[in-house]
Design a protein around this ligand. Structure first.
Ligand SMILES: [Zn+2]
Length: 511
């Protein structure tokens, strides 16, 4: 039995998510031999033509698992569809999706009469049903278009206090949608009595990674040197995104041999057009070259991103970039722009910096707690821990304590470049996986990649190997992550958002 997902039609958004999760998949169509043996799950998010319906229905009726959206479901079974525009959905307290909490979607959702279906999550409007011997799981939204959304807006982030920190970030919670798909695929595999197997997110079976990003934003050499001292004391090689306006300061950075040096900007701006972005980046690159700095990656000022900037990055061929208005709190991926996949790996980070906590009137103790909680949450939800800071804002005591706490976990400290390189190796490692009674077979030998295998009773991380005997593995019950209370308040209108947005526009005009 082959463990492989079939995607009906061209769905680049789904391809991004399945690549992030690290599960084998391929595109399928009416010409594909769609059998229970060949595909562990089929994803349908494009309307199926009348003449192709029998193949899908046969797969379902004989015991297949299908993931589809309500629109396709209504089309397949000739049901009536209702639609409604929503900004966000909130998961139920006690469902398999509880940990997701608030999911921003800003789209039209569709639903069919749910009386015929089983509720998997009322809040998220996710339903399931048995069909013949098979099982269908139904989403109210179109994952593909949501993942490809490139709009951004100011969002507030959860903490247990009244005034919340905010930042302008990607409008759609893409990381949560990825997790929603993972949980759903896991369910659909288990329903067929199959293990759910995907490539692990971190190298060497490590339980997580920690990456510290610094945007220099015209900080003094003195401030930079103080910062690097705290990093070194805690064994951290940070990734420094450099502004290039001062030759003396670049000289100082060039001497930091144990840190990663990357590119931020010359003028601290992202432009709407190709030429201005190219000029700004080329000026910065030539200044870096004169200081003998060879930048590995790029992070745009203000986390701003647009397709014209993406084109420039593609053309100058850097290893990776990192912009939270495209995506945040998620796994790396290649963006899909203007009909093709970019060559520059996008590495999302957590977008709230100490600067924003200060603006939201956090006391030092609250700032520290914000990050300690974030690290713990990310550790338990298997999301890379990537935070960022501006050295001119200092707060070295707080960062020192954050680093000490990171050092207590069994996690790998990496630079962005190291993680990007490893992630690309992970993408290149594409094992064919087969499940045979109690064992897992792969066509690939041991490498740098581990697999996460889950059964209904629990999960385990183990090195990729030609043969893995499941009976010999000790599966560990997965820890349930509780959803935070009172999430609605995150999206209630707030005068501060208006003020901050005004200041943000004004700040960019002045530069
Ligand atoms: Zn900056």
């Amino acid at each position: 039995m082959r463990l492989k997902i079939g995607i009906w039609g061209f769905q680049p958004g789904y391809e991004i998510i399945l690549e992030q999760i690290g599960i084998p998949y391929e595109k399928i169509s009416e010409d594909t031999n769609i059998t229970l043996e060949n595909y562990s799950v089929i994803i349908i998010s494009e309307i199926v033509q009348e003449s192709d319906k029998p193949v899908i229905l046969e797969y379902l009726n004989t015991g297949g698992s299908v993931l589809l959206n309500a629109r396709c479901w209504a089309n397949l079974y000739r049901k009536k569809l209702k639609q409604k525009k929503v900004r966000f959905l909130i998961s139920d307290n006690n469902s398999i999706y509880s940990s997701l909490g608030l999911v921003d979607i800003y789209t039209k959702i569709s639903f069919v009469d749910s009386r015929e279906l089983d509720i998997l999550d009322e809040g998220l409007k996710i339903y399931s049903t048995k069909i013949g011997n098979g099982f269908a799981l139904i989403f109210p939204f179109e994952i593909n278009s949501l993942v490809l959304d490139t709009q951004s807006l100011r969002k507030r982030f959860y903490t247990e206090r009244k005034e919340l920190p905010s930042e302008i970030v990607a409008r759609v919670s893409k990381g949560k949608l990825r997790e929603l798909v993972r949980i759903s695929l896991e369910r659909l595999h288990h329903k067929r009595g199959l293990p759910f197997v995907h490539k692990w997110y971190f190298p060497d079976s490590s339980e997580n990674v920690f990456i510290f990003r610094l945007d220099t934003d015209f900080c003094s050499s003195h401030q930079a040197n103080n910062m690097v001292e705290v990093c070194r004391k805690n064994g951290i090689s940070a990734t420094w995104f450099l502004d290039t306006t001062s030759k003396e300061r670049l000289q100082n950075y060039a001497e930091m041999k144990d840190q990663e040096l990357a590119l931020h900007c010359d003028r601290h701006l992202v432009f709407d057009d190709y030429k201005s972005n190219l000029d700004n980046i080329k000026t910065a690159l030539s200044k870096l070259e004169k200081s003998r700095i060879n930048p590995t990656g790029f992070a745009a000022p203000f986390g701003d991103w647009n397709p014209e900037l993406a084109k420039v990055l593609d053309d100058i061929n850097l290893e990776y970039s990192s912009e939270f208005t495209l995506d945040y709190d998620d796994l790396p991926f290649y963006p899909f722009i203007n009909g093709k996949f970019s060559k520059v790996l996008q590495i999302p980070i957590h977008p709230i910096s100490l600067g924003w906590l200060r603006r939201s009137h956090f006391l030092p103790k609250e700032m520290l707690n914000y990050y300690l909680r974030l690290i713990d949450d990310k550790f338990h939800s298997n999301e890379p821990i990537i935070i960022y800071h501006h050295p001119h804002q200092e707060y070295l005591d707080i960062l020192d304590q954050v680093f000490q706490s990171v050092n207590k976990y069994k996690i790998q400290k990496m630079t962005m470049f190291e993680y990007a390189k490893w992630w690309k190796k992970r993408i290149d490692t594409q094992p064919d996986l087969y499940f045979e009674e109690t064992s897992l077979r792969s066509n690939l030998e041991k490498g740098d990649i581990s697999l996460r295998i889950t059964l209904e009773k629990g999960s385990i991380i183990t090195k990729l190997n030609k043969r893995i005997d499941l009976a010999n593995l000790k599966f560990i019950k997965q820890k349930k992550v509780e959803r935070q209370p009172d999430l609605n308040r995150l999206r209630k209108w707030c005068w501060r958002d208006v003020l901050y947005n005004y200041e943000s526009i004004r700040g960019k005009r002045k530069k």
